[in-house]
Design a protein around this ligand. Sequence first.
Ligand SMILES: *[C@@H]1O[C@H](CO)[C@@H](O)[C@H](O)[C@H]1NC(C)=O
Ligand SMILES: *[C@@H]1O[C@H](CO)[C@@H](O)[C@H](O)[C@H]1NC(C)=O
Ligand SMILES: *[C@@H]1O[C@H](CO)[C@@H](O)[C@H](O)[C@H]1NC(C)=O
Ligand SMILES: *[C@@H]1O[C@H](CO)[C@@H](O)[C@H](O)[C@H]1NC(C)=O
Ligand SMILES: *[C@@H]1O[C@H](CO)[C@@H](O)[C@H](O)[C@H]1NC(C)=O
Ligand SMILES: *[C@@H]1O[C@H](CO)[C@@H](O)[C@H](O)[C@H]1NC(C)=O
Ligand SMILES: *[C@@H]1O[C@H](CO)[C@@H](O)[C@H](O)[C@H]1NC(C)=O
Length: 360
Amino acid sequence: MMPWLLLFVLLFVDTSLADKPEEPEEPEHVSGCYNKNFSILLIEASPSDIPDPAKASVYFTPSIPAGPQRLVLENGQLKDNRYNLVSNKSGLYFEVPQLNAEDQGIFSVILNDIDMDNETFSLTVTECAHLERLDYGSNFSILLDGDILEFTRRGSYLEPALLWNRSDPTVSERGRGRVVAGHWLAKNITQSDQGNFTLRDVKGKAVSTTVLIVTETKTYDYLKMNEDLVIDLPFSLSKVTLLFHPEIAKCNINNYVRPRVLIRDGVLVLEEKQSYEGRLKMSNYQIVLEKFQIADVGSYHVHDPQGNLATTVEVEILLPSEAWKVAVLPVVGIVFMLLGYYWKSKGRTCCKGVTGPMAA
Ligand SMILES: *[C@@H]1O[C@H](CO)[C@@H](O)[C@H](O)[C@H]1NC(C)=O
Ligand SMILES: *[C@@H]1O[C@H](CO)[C@@H](O)[C@H](O)[C@H]1NC(C)=O
Ligand SMILES: *[C@@H]1O[C@H](CO)[C@@H](O)[C@H](O)[C@H]1NC(C)=O
Ligand SMILES: *[C@@H]1O[C@H](CO)[C@@H](O)[C@H](O)[C@H]1NC(C)=O
Ligand SMILES: *[C@@H]1O[C@H](CO)[C@@H](O)[C@H](O)[C@H]1NC(C)=O
Ligand SMILES: *[C@@H]1O[C@H](CO)[C@@H](O)[C@H](O)[C@H]1NC(C)=O
Ligand SMILES: *[C@@H]1O[C@H](CO)[C@@H](O)[C@H](O)[C@H]1NC(C)=O
């Protein structure tokens, strides 16, 4: 008991010492986005009184390039037209419009009011990237609020490709997308479109970056014996490759079994002809596997001609012999769920494909 008490007292004494006002103040780390406005609250407004700008002064010490401390706001008077003083319902703000790298540094706010604390801020300016995750086949659009749009493919070390140039309308004709109502639009996107889309102004400064991530569409299907499995393609695709990972193979935990290639570049592979000829049909929009059997349980993966994974379908089967279980589904469901958790916790999701009633 005693050591704990001692530790507590020590911690308490320590923090109470750190809180003393005489201690030199650690700057608060803040960050802003390139080309976005940044503001520091100088004096908070209260219903009883309007902030008096004359009480506030601000010093700025640039860090890039490093420079001496400058007085930029003196008792409410701006000393540098880089900045603005903004007053609204919530208070009086010191504003740095359209941030750039040179705005980085330390801002010290001095308030000549005994009731208000001085504050220091250490500002870092970053190119705020916006992450966008979309499904394979979606449309992707970017508001063109800049002058140049560049694309760097994910994992590429090549120079960015120019997709659009406001002053040169012929550029977009060569690119992947096109300009529609002030937006740059790409349809039917795939993993090949993954990467950074950077908008720049005329001077070449980055306005914004959108990081695009594309993932395959994923569906789950539950079939009865002899039903048809229909795999819809995200958009019209010819020469796809279809891989099948049988559920049975997943049971074989000691021995990794590679998924089987059923269709390669739009053609049924020779080794699979016997099992699938006449039963596996394809068009540019669909793949249909007729008369679904227990041996067909597993997952199906469709790759586009460029090798991108377009869609994945996980299929389970509802056995006729198990149909009676549907009647007692609430009980069976719970049992299966518990078993499922048990199997999962044991790292085995073996043969779950035939536990049909859960699917109903
Ligand atoms: C007042 O201006 C600041 C800085 O521009 C902003 O963050 C804040 O939301 C504004 N408040 C109101 C009530 O408009
Ligand atoms: C950024 O600051 C500029 C200059 O004060 C102002 O005209 C503009 O409206 C501000 N933008 C936003 C989003 O607050
Ligand atoms: C704020 O800084 C000024 C100038 O360094 C100083 O005179 C004043 O006492 C400080 N205010 C507080 C509340 O510490
Ligand atoms: C993509 O946009 C077109 C219109 O430009 C629309 O017809 C189509 O349905 C959209 N596709 C998706 C997947 O939203
Ligand atoms: C894309 O942007 C992110 C965030 O700005 C950055 O971390 C990444 O390195 C960029 N990738 C490429 C290929 O430029
Ligand atoms: C955009 O087009 C203008 C006019 O043709 C040209 O001067 C400028 O260099 C182009 N910008 C880029 C980045 O290619
Ligand atoms: C994109 O998808 C739409 C709808 O699925 C289709 O009509 C169109 O042909 C596709 N475009 C391309 C370029 O593949």
